[in-house]
Design a protein around this ligand. Sequence first.
Ligand code: MGD
Ligand code: MGD
Ligand code: SF4
Ligand code: MO
Length: 722
Amino acid sequence: MQRDKFFKEIENVIHPNETLVKTHCSYCGMQCGMNLRVNTKTNKIIGVEPRYDWPVTVGKMCPKGVTAYQQTNHDDRILKPLIRDDASLKGTKEGFREATWDEAYDLIVKNFQQLQRDYGKDSLSVYSGVSMTNEKCYLTGKFARVGLQTRYIDYNGRFCMASAAGGFMRSFGVDRGSTLPWTDLHETDCLFIAGSNTAECHPTSMFRVWAVQERGGYLIVADPRETPIARRADVHLDLRPGTDLALANGILNLLIQNGHVDEDFVNNHTNGFEETKELVKEFTPEYTSELTGVAPEKIIRAAEIYGKAPNAIVMFARGIEQQVKGVDNVSGYTNMALVTGKIGRPKAGVATFTGQGNGQGGREHGQKADALPGYRKIANPEHVKAVAKVWGIEPEEMPKEGVSAYEMFGIMEQKVIRGLYLLCSNPAVSAPNLNYVREQLKNLDFMVCSDFYLSESAEFADVILPTTTWSEDEGTVTNLEGRCIKINKAQEPLGESKPDWQIHVELCERLGRGKYFSHLKTAKDVGDEFRLASKGGYADYYGITWDKIEKQDGVFWPCKDENDPGTPHMFLDKKFYHPDGKAKICALPYRPPAEEPDEEYPLRLTTGRVVYHYLSGNQTRRINFLRDMCPEPYVEVHPETAEKYNIKHEEFVRLYTRRGEAEYKVKITEAIRKDTVFVPYHFGDDKSINLLTIGALDPMSRMPEFKACAAQIEKLELKKVQ
Ligand SMILES: Nc1nc2c(c(=O)[nH]1)N[C@H]1C(S)=C(S)[C@@H](COP(=O)(O)OP(=O)(O)OC[C@H]3O[C@@H](n4cnc5c(=O)[nH]c(N)nc54)[C@H](O)[C@@H]3O)O[C@H]1N2
Ligand SMILES: Nc1nc2c(c(=O)[nH]1)N[C@H]1C(S)=C(S)[C@@H](COP(=O)(O)OP(=O)(O)OC[C@H]3O[C@@H](n4cnc5c(=O)[nH]c(N)nc54)[C@H](O)[C@@H]3O)O[C@H]1N2
Ligand code: SF4
Ligand SMILES: [Mo]
């Protein structure tokens, strides 16, 4: 209570010449509450403070969050459109000159129209991201389908949330990343967390995770590395990368064998139990151990804890999802909750740690190759009709489904896609198999990139459009709970930068498609149309007004009308979204990763994140503090493996796979398996670990297997100083 009072008091202290703008962090799905400090004389953002009154994160932020404000007025901001006339300089920072918006738009329109005349509408593509508001994500889908009239649009959530989405769709018939609010987490009796480095990637969840143990509850962690949560876990299931499905089946088998099945729930609210029970029978602790490398006793203990816990939450992240069987892994772990009936009530359920700030909302409203606003499907004529009506087009005019993000590069290789409009993503660092991807970007006839910093991908563009950072515009995002919240504008756009929604509108006007876009004059206008377009879809945001968000500290979807308070807990009525109202328990045969180690490539390479950087690093590598804390990538190697290869801490090695190679400093650590090496992926140019990763995709979600491929390591002979 004392602490509460203290924070309330300091929150009310506003410095002279300052005003506070209530908003949320620009980065991850936690969307921590923050106040941006704005100088009232210069009207510029000068700092940040955490918001103690935000119920999800209660005054907590991580190193990225406390420095996020430094992005807005950073020296590296692009302040005017940039044009490069000499295409031979593609893939470098060279040759760009400043231009007016008119000149940039004219050049884009000329090239886009020429390409579509010569090669058809589908010669253009849009590749997007979900660090944008719902309004911008929604309008990007409309921009592609109504503005450019192309089928080719997809987005970086394909690398991020697609497998979780696929798994939830299959198990529940609906994809909301968490079945319950985060404010339930610390009150449960057991957290089972697989493939999430929570302490580094969703750090402000940690006080809730520790609280479970402090209250006498349990923490079980499945990760090939001893991450900070794994270190404190009651059971650390230290599996080989890519073997989660075997582990999930093994635990499910024990839950069934040991009498933890909730018969009533299984009989009345699920399908598929009997066949799943049959399938998992062979996954004895010994067989599961053989496949996963986890000791049988640990598997037994984990099943016992989860089975006996009155309430438990199964959670996971990219560690299990970025695999060729990511969707199956999600359904596999979700089976645990369905078989034991630990779902559809407070403090029990299933959640993925949604990655990007708007990783949830951005996947629901039409940036996906196969989806339309409200999570509708292009394959469904009724869905197309509903959205076409809002957009004022004939249903026949709606472009067909496109292909997934990585597959777009294949269509570029075939010269079907010849032009690209890239926004809010940096695939020249973040896509797998980069030697291939960078070549496709280089070979495009014409490329536009909207960003506020010159990214590695922007280096391939013919035109760069300067857009705003999150603090220079308003709109909504949907955090990892499924709670729609409001981002507020703290400063006018720097230089000549414009928000992406405005660029879409202006470009469409010049492309002769103004009648579908010109009425959108403000972010709120876009928001109102977006709510309408989602109405009746199952990701229904119609009832989520900006006023309601303010009054209720955010609104959970679905929220159908003005009187609906929203849905913090899913499935309280035990009704799932499949036509028969039942959830699906999935029988999932085990299969190995796309590429298993062999004599030539005996190690398993896995990749991921560190607390100081965000995604491709284009934003965080520019922030002094974050760069100083983690200036370069490294490869984590177990001491015994290092000895075998005769390599020492901080020496340089060449790491290589069938697709590429890079040189890294070695970090020797016991916190990794002997057969596995790990490299963070936040770095560009020749330091990108994605030069080495594999472009193998999950057959359902089309998500690449960033988390497992075969690799080899080689000591670098010391280069002689001349
Ligand atoms: N600091 C920071 N935070 C972030 C981000 C960031 O870039 N930096 N990005 C945000 C985004 S977009 C995302 S998607 C999330 C990602 O959040 P996480 O998924 O938590 O992050 P990763 O580091 O990709 O991977 C998580 C863990 O998976 C483990 N892992 C690797 N292979 C396997 C496997 O086969 N099985 C299992 N069970 N585990 C495995 C890794 O060892 C790692 O500890 O973080 C969000 N938050
Ligand atoms: N090896 C490996 N690769 C991975 C992963 C992994 O775990 N391992 N994880 C994958 C995952 S989960 C993800 S999410 C992807 C993410 O990878 P990317 O999609 O490349 O993500 P970012 O680095 O956030 O790129 C966003 C870019 O858009 C800019 N930007 C930010 N906000 C806006 C905006 O509002 N408008 C516009 N126009 N631009 C903006 C930023 O400056 C930046 O250049 O990486 C994937 N790649
Ligand atoms: S945890 Fe995520 S949302 Fe919160 S401050 Fe850090 S990066 Fe921002
Ligand atoms: Mo992500």
